[in-house]
Design a protein around this ligand. Structure first.
Ligand code: HEC
Length: 145
């Protein structure tokens, strides 16, 4: 290959490198929801409000992800609630960071799965209105749609 040909290939290779990297890094909140519903919703609730079927038995209760306030600075960078903090708490359990043993370690999740779950948790913030209150649910439908 002559020099000119090599030079035309370089930008193409660079673009491929950059896009391959971003595809790998992009977390999939939809996939995270499937994992969350299966592994976490029993305590944290489907909508993440900390109101799953087991939640009432727990003190402290499971974190309400619609508030988006996190407690543990697991990676000790001075800021709790970063992606790395959440991932460490999920992998190692909250007890390791001074929290509840009921937030048990889940060491079986892969790195991409952890990123997907965290992406899903991030979508829950401010979503509390999606859940109907008991009153709204009890309101009968009076008009045909
Ligand atoms: C058996 C109940 C239970 C299950 C199942 C559970 N959690 Fe938790 N989780 C808790 C409790 C309780 C807390 C609050 C811990 C505390 O404040 O000490 C918590 C806290 C958290 C926190 C907050 C950490 C912080 O810094 O505030 C995150 C993130 C979290 N859970 C993620 C998950 C994920 C993801 C799953 C599923 C893979 C999961 N939890 C499964 C009970 C549970």
């Amino acid at each position: 290959m002559n020099r000119a040909k090599i030079l035309t290939w370089i930008p193409i290779l660079l673009v491929q490198l950059v896009t391959a990297g971003s595809v790998q890094a992009a977390a999939d909140a939809e996939a995270g929801k499937v994992l969350f519903d299966a592994n976490c919703a029993s305590c944290h609730g489907i909508s993440g409000q900390g109101d799953g079927p087991i939640a009432a038995a727990l003190t402290p209760g499971p974190r309400d992800f619609t508030v988006g306030d996190f407690q543990f600075d697991a990676d000790e960078d001075g800021v709790p609630g970063g992606d790395a903090d959440l991932i460490l708490v999920i992998q190692n359990g909250a007890m390791k960071y001074g929290g509840s043993p009921f937030m048990a370690p889940v060491p079986t999740l892969t790195d991409p799965q952890l990123n997907d779950i965290v992406a899903h948790i991030r979508t829950m913030k401010g979503d509390e209105d999606e859940d109907l209150t008991a009153e709204e649910e009890a309101t009968p439908i009076t008009e045909a749609p």
